[in-house]
Design a protein around this ligand. Structure first.
Ligand code: KG4
Ligand code: ZN
Length: 347
């Protein structure tokens, strides 16, 4: 293939993002720019992402993001060879904003349009960052998602299992809220857990007795709520050390569940005898050092390469959409003006 310059657009949740990616004829691929505008401040007072507010903010910010991504990359619109846009899954208003803009650019420039599944963007990122060969095993764990996938090709995934209720990041966020720690909860809970005793509170490890890779995290919240209320009643409030112990116990429970299920997923994957076995994690939860270390040790035990993309590429961004779009483009995938936003779109 010739040199390819791809514009990526992402607006499926609470980050508005645009990026420019360039692939040289020899396959070398560089992120020329990756602009992410978060909406945290807009949603903070509501305890979660408000879809209407998110949609409006995407509509306001998207054009500027694209302009910034082009200028940071030092390219102009006429240099763009194809436009990749997240077409789902996600909040319909935000996805629509991105898809409409991408269609307009595609029609105006006469360049191809590629609708990308947001989860495929996350799942293909380890190829961009570490050049992982297919097939590899992936755990995608964020505030909205949790699943084990065998990634076989740009548009070929086998889902081995996932959460049947909350995502683990969501559980971290709820735990933080319960303890009056700041949002997003993941980093706050992880920090508090550093000085805590992970064995003080016996929390459930849901679904471990069930075969397969499905997980459940919503029961943890209920168990924590009970522990917290008992402590408050007994002590008249929460001590700093209680908070630390709750966080450490919670984190240990999540880590155990992810690790036990990862062991099973790995077994299924290794049964296929992949030539260069590799396991990658992505999503905001992969920032957690305890979880990361546990999964890394599991891989070492099985002689499997372990990778985690840098955090700015693990969390929502448009470089991953441009990259997935690029791989799909090379594989011959094209969309046209009939591309629709799909709020639900399983891989
Ligand atoms: O991938 P992400 O940025 O956004 C989506 O959910 O799509 O993930 C954000 C989630 C939040 O729930 C946040 O609490 C969690 O990832 N998170 C963490 C950590 N850092 C972020 N969870 C556990 N430990 C962390 N260090
Ligand atoms: Zn995401």
């Amino acid at each position: 293939t010739d040199r390819l310059t791809i514009l990526g657009i992402e607006s499926s949740c609470d980050d508005t993002a645009a990026a420019v990616l360039r692939r040289e004829p020899d396959g070398d691929t560089q992120i020329l720019s990756s602009v992410v505008v978060g909406q945290e401040a807009l949603h903070r007072d509501f305890g979660g992402v408000v879809p209407e507010i998110a949609a409006r903010a995407h509509a306001v910010k998207l054009d500027g993001c694209v302009v910034d991504a082009l200028s940071e990359a030092g390219v102009s619109l006429s240099d763009i060879d194809a436009i990749a846009v997240t077409a789902g899954p996600g909040l319909i208003g935000g996805v629509l904003s991105g898809v409409m803009l991408a269609k307009g650019l595609s029609a105006g420039l006469g360049r191809p349009l590629i609708g990308v599944n947001h989860l495929a963007g996350h799942a293909l990122t380890p190829r961009l960052t570490d050049g992982l060969p297919y097939p590899y095993l992936m755990l995608l764990a964020s505030g909205g998602h949790c699943q084990f996938l065998i990634v076989r090709g740009p548009d070929s995934f086998s889902r081995l299992g996932g959460t049947i209720d909350d995502a683990p990041g969501e559980a971290f966020d709820k735990t933080a809220r319960l303890l009056a720690l700041p949002q997003p909860g993941g980093p706050a809970v992880e920090e508090a857990a550093l000085s805590g005793n992970p064995e003080r509170f016996a929390l459930p490890r849901p679904l471990l007795d069930r075969p397969g890779c499905d997980m459940s995290f919503s029961g943890l919240k209920t168990a924590l709520l009970r522990q917290r209320d008992q402590l408050v009643e007994a002590e008249g409030g929460l001590r700093q050390s209680d908070r630390a112990d709750i966080c450490a116990s919670f984190q240990a429970a999540v880590c155990d569940v992810l690790t036990v299920k990862a062991r099973r997923a790995l077994k299924t994957y290794l049964n296929e005898s992949p030539a260069e076995p590799a396991f990658a994690i992505a999503g905001g939860v992969s920032a957690n050092q305890t979880i990361r270390a546990s999964l890394k040790a599991l891989c070492a035990e099985h002689d499997v390469r372990f990778t985690a993309p840098p955090l700015r590429l693990c969390t929502d961004n448009a470089a991953m959409i441009a990259y997935a779009g690029m791989e799909q483009f090379i594989a011959g995938h094209r969309d046209d003006m009939t591309l629709t936003a799909r709020p639900r779109w399983p891989l």
